[in-house]
Design a protein around this ligand. Structure first.
Ligand code: NDP
Ligand code: ZN
Length: 352
């Protein structure tokens, strides 16, 4: 079968592989719509270290083509949303509080790209189909369902991690699709003022629709100074990092007010070192809680997000800025994601 992926760092293209085989608990999916992600492009440039001949992509919806003999709920022909994180629920790592993402060790539950080929292919494999696949309910379009599998799950997680309380002032750094979903999550969970950091006009328009109250440009001076000026020197209650670099992390820790929570969902680079002067963290005693986490996966998580769409709480398709028709368009969509056209938020590719 044919797939699109990385031959080596900075070398992407078509890759021929065998159709994956299906274990007793697993499923083989024929993807119908996929979405390239900044994590795919980041990985193609070596952001997670060297990888060779790896099919990329981890955001897909599709039709179940085959199921293993021990799969009872999911059936061939079901139209499913596939979480980008698919834990092996029998691994003891998932029994640790809040560690579903790390079943066999760090990031163990991120199977696509991590331990096997991704979804930008004619077929792909999903482990533990009954526990990891969500049937798309009536009233939810496949495109909307596609937005749950990573963007909504990750962005909402940023808001969950920092325990948004009614009336919180929240800074969301980054208004790419992940930051946009963090804004939407923060607004739904009860934030008061939401200060968003980013510059692209199309993304700012969508951020406003999801609940951003105002914007800061990181191109017009340090974000830290601008946030402190706007909050009367107090800083926000909560900071969600969904973009930026190692310096962004330092600024986020520094700007949060004592008792605040900094939640990181950004993908720093394998070459980065994160840190901050001790005083910015109250010499260790400022009750500033620093958290960093990965996209929650599994069927229950995605079912809940699908319900948020079904019952009219959110329309994540506002983020879809580009649509491509046909399998052969995968390289073009990937390139667009890589180059980050100014009007780009999220591209989707209809494979069939
Ligand atoms: P995008 O690249 O689309 O968006 C990044 C945003 O950050 C943009 O709004 C950009 O501003 C802003 N930005 C860039 N540089 C700076 C800076 N120096 N200071 C402040 N803001 C800056 O990314 P995505 O939304 O797709 O993803 C965000 C991050 O989340 C990525 O690192 C991605 O890999 C990661 N991710 C993490 C997951 C997890 O499970 N934890 C899952 C999925 C993604 P502008 O508007 O000017 O472009
Ligand atoms: Zn993704």
């Amino acid at each position: 079968m044919r797939g699109f992926g990385m031959h080596a760092i900075n070398d992407v293209g078509w890759i021929e592989k065998e159709r994956p085989s299906c274990g007793p608990l697993d499923a083989i999916i024929r993807p119908t719509i996929v979405a390239p992600c900044s994590s795919d492009t980041h990985m193609s440039h070596g952001g997670s270290g060297p990888k060779t001949d790896l099919i990329l992509g981890h955001e897909a919806v599709g039709i179940v083509d085959e199921v293993g003999e021990s799969v009872h709920k999911i059936k061939v022909g079901d139209y499913v949303a596939v979480p980008c994180v698919t834990p092996d629920w029998t691994e003891l790592g998932v029994q640790n509080f809040h560690s579903f993402s790390h079943d066999t060790g760090m990031f163990g539950s991120f199977k696509f790209l991590g331990v096997k080929d991704g979804v930008m292919a004619e077929y792909f494999h999903v482990n533990m189909a009954d526990a990891n696949l969500s049937i798309i309910p009536e009233g939810v379009s496949p495109e909307a369902a596609l937005m749950t599998v990573d963007m909504m799950s990750t962005g909402f997680h940023g808001a969950e991690l920092c325990e948004i309380k009614a009336g919180d002032t929240v800074v969301v750094i980054g208004i790419g699709p992940v930051g946009l979903m963090a804004i939407a999550g923060a607004a739904l969970f009860g934030a008061g003022r939401i200060i968003a950091v980013g510059t692209r006009p199309k993304a700012m328009e969508v951020a406003t629709a999801f609940g951003a109250s105002e914007f800061i440009s990181y191109k017009e001076g340090p974000v830290l100074d601008q946030v402190m000026a706007r909050t009367g020197g107090k800083g926000p209650h909560k900071v969600i990092i969904a973009g930026g670099d190692a310096n962004t992390f330092t600024e986020a820790v520094t700007m949060a007010r004592p008792g605040g929570i900094i939640s990181n969902i950004n993908y720093f680079d394998v070459r980065d070192t994160l840190g901050f002067p001790a005083l910015n963290w109250g010499l260790g005693m400022a009750d500033k809680d620093i958290r960093g986490s990965f996209c929650p996966g599994g069927a229950e998580r995605i079912n809940r997000l699908l319900d948020m769409i079904k019952y009219g709480r959110i329309d994540p398709t506002l983020m879809i800025s580009h649509k491509f028709e046909g399998f052969d368009k995968l390289p073009e969509a990937f390139d667009l994601m890589d180059k980050k056209a100014p009007d780009l938020i999220k591209p989707v590719v209809y494979l069939t």
